[in-house]
Ligand binder design. Structure first.
Ligand code: MRU
Length: 352
């Protein structure tokens, strides 16, 4: 059985970019039409679109959109600057913008819109293929565990690195979808992922796909690993440094520590475009600090017809809200890419 095609997270259509508004999920399926550079930048900043590969592709579409009516040098540079400033950690954003800039800067303005549209479409198509390849490489790891023990393979993940975060089947969830298609039983531990609760998106995706899963509070992960109830951990990544240190959603590091302490294999699934060879190690990865109200206020409460918010801490409560953390390479068993599975110390072979 092949992996079912997910609903598109992003559609580029001339002077418009249509997105699935992830801030309305899991309660409501809302599509938004973005028709200006500022609307695209806002969607990325406000996390209406999110997940490293999807952020990169959305930014590429935003460049094309910005060039629809005028494509002089100033317009192009303005679009690259505005989009480049939206979110700092996911390197796919900068990878996509650099790729657009390399193609577009040498061209005369009248050729730029068509070329931008082509390049954005290529980034989208490549991400779909990349997700599929990551799925197959990760499937081999899951199949290996299934062959050695009875019962479903118990995968733990963090945040959302499924189809909502990409253009295809996701990164960390691609092996899970591939296992389901191959007839291998899997059960996924889905951690809630405070403060933005991207785990709810993962649980929603898995429910839609009919894959067994259990939503857990973030702090339950260590106990489950200590009890031997997790066969492997797979998470996505926002930026992998040259030495294999990996930035991903805050809380990933604690899972890696618990995995190391309990002998649970810990995998990162990420495309080559997430590896930043200009970043020597994790200390050089910029970590996004987001608004304190993400911690003080619970978002996304279902009101039946819409969503509401609930303040859980007074507005003047001092807050720290780093959106990502860095897992040292020493705690990562391997990185699953579209080119194969690599020990963190062996990424150099992918550099050229
Ligand atoms: O802040 P987000 O929701 O954009 O963060 C997303 C993550 O950290 C994902 O795990 C990562 O981008 C991989 S997505 C395939």
């Amino acid at each position: 059985m092949s992996v079912p095609t997910p609903a598109p997270t992003l559609i580029r259509d001339g002077a418009r970019v249509r997105i699935l508004d992830q801030t309305a999920l899991p309660h409501h399926r809302v599509t938004l039409d973005l028709d200006s550079l500022d609307a695209v930048a806002h969607a990325i900043r406000a996390m209406q679109v999110r997940g490293a590969p999807l952020i990169g592709a959305t930014a590429a579409c935003g460049v094309a959109l910005a060039l629809h009516d005028a494509a002089d040098d100033a317009t192009l540079e303005h679009a690259l600057t505005v989009l480049g400033a939206t979110r700092p950690t996911a390197v796919n954003l900068h990878w996509a913008l650099d790729r657009m800039a390399r193609v577009l800067r040498p061209l005369p303005p009248e050729a730029r819109f068509e070329a931008a549209a082509r390049e954005a479409d290529a980034i989208i198509a490549e991400d779909i293929a990349t997700n599929a390849a990551i799925g197959q490489h990760g499937l081999a790891l899951i199949a290996d565990i299934a062959a050695r023990r009875p019962g479903p393979v118990r995968v733990m993940t963090h945040c959302n690195a499924g189809w909502l975060a990409t253009l295809g089947h996701g990164t960390a969830l691609a092996p899970v979808y591939a296992a389901q298609a191959a007839g291998i039983a899997v059960e996924v531990w889905v951690s809630e992922t405070r403060p933005r609760n991207q785990g709810l998106l993962t649980a929603w995706e898995l429910r839609e796909a009919g894959i067994a899963h259990r939503l857990i509070a973030d702090n339950a992960a260590g106990l489950l690993m200590a009890r031997g109830e997790v066969d492997l951990v797979i998470t996505g990544a926002d930026r992998v440094a040259a030495n294999g240190d990996t930035a991903n959603k805050v809380g990933t590091y604690l899972k890696a520590l618990a995995a190391a302490d309990n002998g649970v294999p810990f995998y990162i699934a990420a495309p080559r475009s997430t590896i930043d060879f200009a970043c020597p190690d994790g200390a050089a990865i910029p970590i996004e600090e987001r608004d304190g109200d993400e911690v003080r206020v619970l978002h996304g409460l279902d009101t039946g017809g819409g969503t509401a918010q609930l303040r859980i801490a007074p507005a003047d409560t001092a807050v720290g809200n780093p959106a990502f953390d860095v897992t040292p390479a020493a705690h990562i068993t391997a990185i699953i890419t579209e080119h194969g599975v690599f020990a963190p110390g062996a990424l150099a072979t992918l550099a050229s």
